[in-house]
Design a protein around this ligand. Structure first.
Ligand SMILES: Nc1ncnc2c1ncn2[C@@H]1O[C@H](COP(=O)(O)OP(=O)(O)O)[C@@H](O)[C@H]1O
Ligand SMILES: [Mg+2]
Length: 285
C-alpha cells in the first residue's frame, strides 16, 4: 500500500521495510501492520495533540517529569517549545512504559522503539496468526473469565510494583492472544508514587476489569483487588510475589476517630500534669 506520510521517515531510515495495511484508526492513534527486519509488526502513529480527544491530560500528566528543568518549566508554561516537549513526553511515555513493563514481566507487546511519533511494537496475534481480538469482542466461559481475571490482577500488581498505573484499562485496551490477556495502549500511564490521582485511577482500572470478567463469573464481582493492592503499596509491602486474596476489610473509621481522640486526650492530660508540676514547684519555692 501507499506509505503513510508519517511512516515515510522510518522507511527512509530503514526501520520499516514495508507497510502492509491499516489495522485500526482510533481516537488517539492510527495503527498499521508493517514489516520490519523480516518480521510482521505494528506501527502506532500518535495523532497530533489538537486531533486527540483526550480530555483529562492534566490529570494524567501530574508527577511526570521533563528531562531537565528548562523543559519542565517550558511544559508548565505551555509555550510553543513547551507544547512540543509535552507532545514528545506523551509519545515517549508509552514506549517507556512498554519497556518497563515487559521487563517487569507484564504481558504487553514487545516494543521496538518510538521514532518521530511512531511506535513500533509486536503485533499481537491469536493461535492462527490472525490479529488478536479485543476483549470486548469475545465471549468467555466462567472458567476462562476466572483465570484471565486473576492474570490481569497479577499484571496490575506487577505494574504497580514497577511504579505504574495504566490509567485507561478496560476491555477495549486488552487483547486476547493464545496465552491470555495482553495489555495495550499506555501513553497515559500514571506514576503511582507521584500522582495524587493514582489511587482513584488504580481502583477505576481494577473495577473496569472486574466488571467485565464479572459478567461471565459473577463471584468475581465481590473481589476488592484494587483496595487490597493500594493498601499494601502505600505501606511499602507490595512485592511482585505478594499473594493477593482479593479481599479487603475497610478500616473502621469510627475506631480511627476514637484512637485519635484518645491520643489528643493523652496529650492534654500530659500537659495538665506538666502545668501542675510547675505550679507545685513554684509553690514549694
Ligand atoms: N500491538 C498490537 N497488536 C495488535 N493490535 C493492536 C496492537 N496495538 C494496537 N492494536 C489495535 O489498535 C487499536 C488501537 O490501539 P490503541 O493502542 O488502543 O490506541 P487508541 O489510543 O487509539 O485506543 C487497538 O484497539 C487494537 O485493536
Ligand atoms: Mg485503545
Amino acid at each position: 500500500m501507499k506509505i503513510p506520510k508519517r511512516i515515510q521517515p522510518l522507511v527512509d531510515e530503514g526501520l520499516v521495510d514495508e507497510v502492509l495495511r491499516p489495522l485500526m484508526s482510533g481516537k488517539e492513534a492510527d495503527v498499521y501492520v508493517v514489516r520490519c527486519a523480516g518480521e510482521i509488526r505494528c506501527a502506532k502513529i500518535y495523532k497530533e495533540a489538537d486531533k486527540r480527544s483526550f480530555k483529562k491530560a492534566v490529570e494524567y500528566r501530574e508527577g511526570r517529569k521533563g528531562r531537565n528543568s528548562r523543559r519542565s518549566r517550558a511544559m508548565e508554561k505551555g509555550s510553543k517549545f513547551g507544547r512540543q516537549e509535552q507532545e514528545q513526553a506523551w509519545q515517549n511515555a508509552e514506549v517507556d512504559a512498554l519497556y518497563r513493563l515487559a521487563y517487569a514481566g507484564v504481558r504487553v507487546p514487545q516494543p521496538y522503539g518510538c521514532f518521530d511519533g511512531v511506535l513500533l511494537m509486536e503485533l499481537i496475534t491469536d493461535d492462527k496468526g490472525f490479529v488478536a481480538p479485543r476483549l470486548n469482542d469475545v465471549t468467555l466461559t466462567a472458567e476462562q473469565a476466572q483465570i484471565d481475571h486473576k492474570k490481569v490482577m497479577k499484571d496490575v500488581q506487577l505494574m504497580l510494583c514497577a511504579g505504574l498505573i495504566h490509567g485507561d484499562l478496560s476491555e477495549f485496551n486488552v487483547l486476547l492472544d493464545h496465552t491470555g490477556p495482553v495489555i495495550i495502549d499506555l501513553p497515559q500511564a500514571v506514576d503511582a508514587a507521584a500522582n495524587n490521582n493514582a489511587k482513584r485511577m488504580l481502583e477505576r482500572d481494577v473495577n473496569n476489569m472486574t466488571q467485565f470478567y464479572g459478567q461471565y463469573a459473577p463471584e468475581i464481582l465481590s473481589t476488592r483487588y484494587g483496595k487490597e493492592m493500594w493498601a499494601l503499596f502505600e505501606s511499602g509491602k507490595l512485592t511482585p510475589d505478594t499473594e493477593l486474596t482479593g479481599q479487603f476489610a475497610e478500616s473502621d473509621k469510627a475506631a480511627n476517630v476514637d484512637s485519635v481522640l484518645a491520643e489528643i486526650q493523652a496529650a492534654f492530660d500530659e500537659e495538665q500534669d506538666r502545668k501542675e508540676r510547675i505550679l507545685q514547684a513554684n509553690e514549694e519555692d
